[in-house]
Design a protein around this ligand. Structure first.
Ligand code: PLZ
Length: 451
């Protein structure tokens, strides 16, 4: 630890600003970056990172920023978490790759066993590993189609599932994800989701009405017997941390069950303790047929999975699923370290505690600032939706301004939402409480200075 370990949990857990944000070295690197890296790949906060761990990210100029982003909900166990580094390093020394489809290794099997055990439901399950979230979603659709021999896929308003061709089709928002990149994969249909804050007849009616509309559209416009899969995030992430009104998901699950449709929960952002439970589906006792995971699963190494009912998973013929790197041994070792850390440190409990502190503080803020239309989320997946005072008109300008002000003061926050008007908070679950509170102080000051 200490001097021998550059990043990770041993980093001083403090906000420290020694230059403007971005500082001179970061600014210089940005110039190089802009001359070398494609414009399409953008940057939220242009500081170049040298170390990260616990609740901070340290940049080349020596600034230490409070991390409310976790690299988009990935480093839930913290950056360079001890268990992740130890297991991944050991694996790096032994071998880096064989391709599981050529000659297998135990860690892949062990990750599959963990996923089969931790995901909702105690039925017989199988798992296949991939590299990215989008790839997992693509494969879930392949498997559902192979199982049902049906073409159609149903997704929801405000949904996000990735940037590959099929997952762009599944993603709701045009800009920046889809604009100019079509044509998109066929047989994808979008239906309403129960978004309580914006449901026209009010939040109380939302679950029932939204489910009825979705089911009616599926029945009338597609025909339930043509639908292979319904794919939904149990909390819609990029769409703005929308929690579907309670009762919506169970209604959709029931409809799927009655019609032989594979219900796929995309838990890529919500999974692995993020919401204070292993999976967000656990909250309403939802048992998906298939579940996609990625992000938090491996503490920052690229790994993704599809886990589900054995009879559905095994519908894909031998050789039908795979990829050169899927379930890479270093990523699998990291995943085993991450899962061990989640269990050992009770990161579900940590996420719930983060949620309590955040919801309490943001609730108080929302009484002061009429621009906060709604505070929502669960565990360490919390957001505020910003509006023009006295209305529900989305206020993306303010979300951008507050985010910028936070960045300047050394707090890394992200925006989200179909209308770009949501500030979302995804701290590492190991963030020390004093940094969480200080981050909320910075946020409140940034807010006061921006309205
Ligand atoms: N499904 C629910 O949240 C990734 C996207 C960042 P990949 N979300 C972050 C960006 O702008 O590209 C995500 C998700 C859900 C699928 C994905 C896709 O996962 O690992 O980015 O492919």
């Amino acid at each position: 630890m200490g001097a021998s370990q550059p990043g990770g949990p041993s980093l001083p857990q403090e906000r420290r600003l020694v230059t403007a944000i971005p500082g001179p070295k970061s600014t210089e690197l940005m110039t190089r970056r802009n001359a070398a890296v494609a414009r399409g790949v953008s940057t939220t906060l242009p500081v170049f990172v040298t170390q990260a761990g616990g609740g901070v990210v340290v940049d080349v100029d020596g600034n230490s920023l409070i991390d409310f982003g976790s690299g988009i909900a990935v480093t839930s166990v913290g950056n360079s978490a001890e268990g992740v580094v130890r297991r991944a390093s050991e694996q790096l020394q032994r071998f880096t790759h064989t391709c599981f489809m050529v000659t297998p290794y135990e860690s892949y099997v062990a990750v599959a066993e963990q996923l089969n055990e931790l995901t909702p439901g105690d039925h017989d399950k199988r798992t296949a590993l991939f590299n990215s979230g989008a790839e997992a979603v693509e494969n879930a659709v392949k498997i559902a189609r192979a199982h049902t021999k049906r073409p159609a896929v149903v997704v929801f308003d405000h949904g996000y599932h990735g940037r590959t061709n099929l997952t762009m089709a599944l993603t709701a928002k045009n800009m920046p994800y889809k604009e100019s990149f079509g044509p998109f994969a066929p047989e994808v249909y979008r239906v309403p989701v129960a978004y309580p804050y914006r449901w026209l007849t009010g939040a109380d009616n939302c679950a029932e009405e939204a489910a009825a509309q979705a089911i009616d559209m599926i029945t009338k416009q597609i025909g339930a017997h043509n639908v292979a899969a319904v794919v939904i995030e149990p909390i819609l992430g990029e769409g703005g941390f929308i929690e579907p009104a309670k009762g919506f998901l169970p209604r959709i699950v029931e409809f799927c069950k009655a019609n032989g449709i594979v219900f796929v929960a995309d838990e890529i952002q919500t999974g692995f303790c993020r919401t204070g439970q292993w999976f967000a589906c656990d909250d309403e006792g939802i048992v998906p047929d298939l579940i996609t995971t990625a992000k938090g699963i491996a503490g920052g190494l690229p790994l993704a999975a599809v886990t589900g009912r054995a009879e559905i998973m095994d519908s894909a013929h031998a050789g039908g699923l795979g990829g050169t790197y899927g379930g890479n041994p270093v990523a699998c070792a990291a995943a085993l370290g991450a899962i061990e850390t989640m269990r050992g440190l009770d990161l579900n409990g940590a996420a719930r505690r983060i949620g309590e502190i955040m919801l309490d503080r943001l609730g108080t803020m929302s009484e002061k600032f009429a621009e906060i239309g709604e505070v929502r989320g669960r565990g360490a997946m919390i957001a505020i939706e910003l509006v023009k005072p006295g209305s529900k008109e989305p206020n993306a300008e303010l979300a951008g301004a507050v985010a910028k002000a936070c960045h300047a003061q050394g707090l890394l926050v992200l925006t989200a939402g179909t209308y770009g008007n949501v500030l979302r908070f995804l701290p590492p679950l190991v963030i020390p409480e004093h940094l969480l509170v200080e981050g909320l102080d910075v946020l409140e000051q940034a807010f006061a200075g921006s309205v």
